[in-house]
Design a protein around this ligand. Structure first.
Ligand SMILES: CC(C)(COP(=O)(O)OP(=O)(O)OC[C@H]1O[C@@H](n2cnc3c(N)ncnc32)[C@H](O)[C@@H]1OP(=O)(O)O)[C@@H](O)C(=O)NCCC(=O)NCCS
Length: 165
């Protein structure tokens, strides 16, 4: 079983050959991720296989966001205030094709949820939102309990009660 090291964006990690099957995500990690980190609009986390700290196997991004009450499923909205509520946003999450289907996607998602749970002791969030790039990735997130927002099938939410103690 491959073990991974997950750490904050690191220019020493080689993203040039990263290929996940979604060209926009490949281009993001190669060209735009460092700018987002520098401008404080996203934190980027990279996974490298143990023993090869320069090979990019996968990554995800975390940012702050908000969701309007009217966008939420009724079951959740009725427990929340009527104004927009704070959420954490997994803007992007991707695994290199060579590593797909071996558990890394679930490791990255679990790590993202843990990081948000830790941060939420200082900065409250009502949940985690993801923007799925296509139906297959929406189905990946649903597999882990994310629910599509009504009328926005590509935008899914995991309520804080699912990952916060
Ligand atoms: C979606 C993606 C992140 C999944 O990563 P992965 O490493 O292949 O996934 P894993 O091997 O960790 O799979 C974890 C679980 O999710 C399930 N799964 C994986 N892809 C799935 C899908 N499209 N639909 C439903 N379930 C899926 C697996 O069967 C597995 O289930 P199990 O834990 O019960 O065995 C990866 O395929 C990828 O990077 N795709 C291209 C980029 C993308 O679409 N990113 C998401 C949107 S930003």
């Amino acid at each position: 079983m491959t073990l991974y090291c997950i750490r904050s964006f690191d220019k020493a990690v080689d993203a040039t050959s990263f290929c996940c099957g979604q060209p926009l995500l490949d281009e993001y990690i190669r060209r735009y991720a460092s700018q987002d980190v520098r401008r404080n609009v996203a934190r980027v986390f990279m996974a490298t296989p143990e023993g090869d700290s320069r090979y990019l196997a996968g990554f995800f991004t975390l940012s702050a966001g908000s969701v309007g009450c009217s966008e939420l499923p009724e079951s959740l909205a009725k427990k929340l205030p009527r104004y927009p509520v704070p959420v954490a946003l997994i803007g992007r999450l991707a695994v290199d094709a060579e590593f797909q289907g071996k558990g890394l996607g679930s490791i990255l998602l679990a790590d993202a949820c843990q990081k948000v749970a830790n941060a939420s002791t200082m900065l409250a969030v009502a949940g985690i939102v993801v923007d799925a790039k296509d139906a297959a990735s929406a189905s990946f997130y649903q597999h882990f309990g994310f629910m599509p927002l009504p009328g926005q099938p590509a935008r899914l939410l995991l309520p804080a009660t699912a990952f916060c103690a």
